[in-house]
Design a binder for this molecule. Structure first.
Ligand code: CA
Length: 509
């Protein structure tokens, strides 16, 4: 991966046996599984093991050239402190703008653009989830056939609202996350809320006046709420009737919308990886990084996230920040997360999973170096705290701070205003979101073949030499425009989607 590296990974399906002669006359001395590291030179105990040109650990004993370098032979370095970082020091490259690319999207009254035309039903509390799920099912079967231009109806179910310390300082995170998801561009500015009545998170607290006049019809600033405890409701059937009745005007307005040609700059793409392996940083993430650069050149917005997976690359982030203030915001988010983990008496090393390790990733440093490549090379133009929404008109590369947990990250990126999601995976996950299309990219051809009806793009062709990073990056860019225009991803075709999972660092009572 880098001229300085003293390890490399075995790309071959099934790994390689001892005795295999590798390019450069290196002879393997161990069976090395696919994706795992092999020493290129003799390493002494205490030597830095270099991958991506950076130390991913120190050798715990002498390791001969040709030996398997697994995680038990490595001591993980401490995280770099947050003092004395290079602030906005990188020379900003200004590649030529990319013009002439467009997609067919739904233009919203507030200027944002949707890639889908969905009726979303916001909920204030988990108590109403069963009733809303029932109503959503009936709307889908009985009403959607009458409104053919509406893609689907989505209940925004979550675990918050009751039994929470709603005035705790950190409660702002789950509350603004829910508020901002309700305003996601894929919902056309239509706001409809189902509340129980007695919950901590009252509808007016979730969506205070001033946040609701963004709708397609600003003449109706009244928040549309169905309250289940309302005395007018006699029995379950009448609650369902209310929800179906109140859904109709929203469906009418959504159904009147048509896709129109909009520039590629209206894309707001969230990039994420999950179920990573050693190929993530070799194939899929570099291709996504190339795609990110193309999107930024086209004037679009790209969000990358996953704090624990970029913490070990903090120098890269602060130096790539467009201004010292943005670099300072990166430090603020990293420091907040360090303290959050410390409160739970863990650190960033809690991130790697058994699957990551089986896939060849020795530790979080190695994982981070392969993860951050997704962000490409553009300067970082803004930083969002968890649950914050992009400022109107904010374009380019944005760091949206989130945990690395797939669903929590996806949920927070939806709140930030994502209208398209790109997700890379090496071990494989059937991940999807009901609120936004998710384009899944396999890091290995073996996975793309086995999960042929789950993986949208095979980036493993980079490892086998059949395609270049640039070719897969361009293919992703074009595929994104097609998906944004209505082409369905595998997850959409199977209706696979994960729950919204809120990040709630505040206490529950
Ligand atoms: Ca993730």
């Amino acid at each position: 991966m880098h001229d300085r590296d003293n390890v490399a990974i075995v790309a071959n399906d099934g790994g390689l046996p001892p005795g295999t002669v590798c390019p450069g006359a290196l002879v393997l001395k161990d069976q090395v599984p696919q994706g795992h590291k092999v020493a290129l030179v003799d390493l002494k105990s205490g030597d830095a093991v270099l991958r991506y040109g950076v130390p991913i650990g120190r050798a715990l004993r002498d390791i001969d050239a040709g030996r398997w370098v697994h995680e038990r032979l490595l001591e993980m370095p401490d995280a770099r402190g947050l003092d004395g970082l290079p602030m906005a020091s990188a020379k900003a490259l200004a590649p030529p703008p990319l013009e002439g690319h467009s997609f067919q999207g739904y233009r919203n009254a507030d200027g944002s653009v949707g890639t889908r035309n969905l009726l979303a039903i916001t909920t204030t509390v988990q108590c109403v989830a069963g009733v809303v799920a029932h109503a959503v099912d009936r709307i889908r079967r009985e009403l959607l056939p009458l409104y053919p231009y509406v893609d689907d109806v989505v209940g925004l179910e979550h675990g918050y609202g009751c039994g929470v310390a709603i005035d705790a300082p950190d409660a702002v995170i789950p509350i603004r996350t829910l508020r901002h998801i309700s305003l996601n561009p894929n919902f056309g500015g239509e706001l409809m809320v189902v509340s129980l009545g007695c919950e901590k998170l009252q509808p007016q607290r979730l969506l205070p006046p001033g946040t609701i006049a963004i709708g397609a019809d600003a003449k109706e600033p009244q928040l549309d709420v169905v309250c289940l405890q309302d005395e007018a409701h006699v029995g379950f059937g009448s609650m369902i009737d209310s929800i179906l009745r109140q859904a109709r005007p929203h469906l009418e307005r959504l159904n009147a919308r048509r896709r129109e040609t909009v520039p590629a700059s209206e894309l707001v793409v969230g990039v994420q990886c999950g179920g990573s392996d050693a190929f993530s940083g070799v194939t899929a993430n570099p291709a996504v990084g190339f795609m990110s650069d193309l999107l930024v050149r086209a004037g679009a917005t790209v969000m990358f996230s996953e704090t624990t997976e970029v913490r070990d690359a903090v120098e890269q982030l602060t130096s790539r920040a467009a201004t010292p203030e943005i670099a300072q915001a990166v430090v603020r988010e990293m420091a907040w997360y360090d303290a959050y983990l410390q409160r739970g008496r863990v650190d960033r090393s809690a991130n790697t999973t058994p699957g990551n390790k089986a896939g060849g990733l020795a530790n979080i440093v190695e994982k981070a170096m392969g993860s951050i490549i997704k962000s490409g090379t553009a300067p970082i133009g803004a930083v969002l705290s968890p649950g914050e929404k992009l400022a109107r008109g904010q374009r380019g590369l944005v760091y949206a701070a989130t945990p690395a947990s797939d669903f929590i990250c996806g949920t927070l990126q939806l709140a930030a205003g994502m209208n398209l999601h790109v997700f890379t995976t090496g071990r494989g996950t059937p991940y999807g979101l009901a609120e936004c299309p998710v384009l899944k990219v396999a890091t290995r051809t073996d996975l793309a073949r086995r999960w042929h009806d789950l993986m949208d793009v095979d980036a493993g062709r980079i490892a086998s030499g059949e395609a270049s990073i640039e070719e897969i990056g361009w293919a992703l860019f074009h595929r994104l425009l097609a998906v944004a225009s209505g082409e369905r991803t595998w997850a959409e075709r199977h209706r696979l989607h994960n729950a919204l999972v809120l990040f709630n660092p505040a206490p529950v009572t």
